[in-house]
Design a protein. Structure first.
Length: 158
């Protein structure tokens, strides 16, 4: 969460009609990126997920019914941060709704890319053209979240 925006990275991955408990893999090591071709919620559960996945994005309670997970489209993706100022406080919220088991987050990170405003790009291009040098852009540009990466330790057995 940043400012008033948020993204749902994982929400009971695999829960849906026909699967009330989700996937039971021990661990994850993946990059969440809106541009990936497969949503992490439906990666299949056959092995530990690695590589690039879209974030879950299901903005519903983790206590929702499996049918609600199946019918809810992703709406809280990383692109919700596009255009915001990257400075300030960021919050990673984690909830374990399974009784008796423990999950550990070993690491996580957030990659951001500055997107210069059009005026700065034009001014910078003109300055480079006339000066033949390198011009830095102002730090007032908005940003977009490129990806969120993380590695989780042992997940609860199912």
């Amino acid at each position: 969460m940043h400012s008033s925006e948020f993204a749902v990275l994982l929400n009971r991955v695999g829960v849906g009609t026909g699967n009330s408990v989700g996937y039971g893999n021990a661990g994850m090591n993946m990059v969440l990126n809106d541009a990936a071709s497969v949503n992490i919620h439906s990666y299949g559960g056959l092995s530990v997920p690695t590589g690039n996945y879209q974030p879950d994005g299901r903005n519903i309670s983790p206590l929702s019914s499996p049918g609600t997970f199946s019918s809810t489209l992703p709406s809280a993706l990383l692109s919700s941060f596009t255009g915001l100022n990257g400075n300030g406080s960021w919050t990673l919220f984690i909830a374990d709704v399974s009784p008796g088991d423990v999950m550990t987050v070993n690491s996580w990170g957030l990659d951001m890319a500055a997107v210069p405003e059009l005026g700065s790009m034009v001014e910078g291009a003109v300055a480079v053209l006339f000066l033949g040098g390198v011009v830095g852009l102002e730090a007032t540009a908005a940003f977009g979240v490129n990806s969120c990466r993380g590695a989780a330790g042992t997940l609860p057995p199912r």
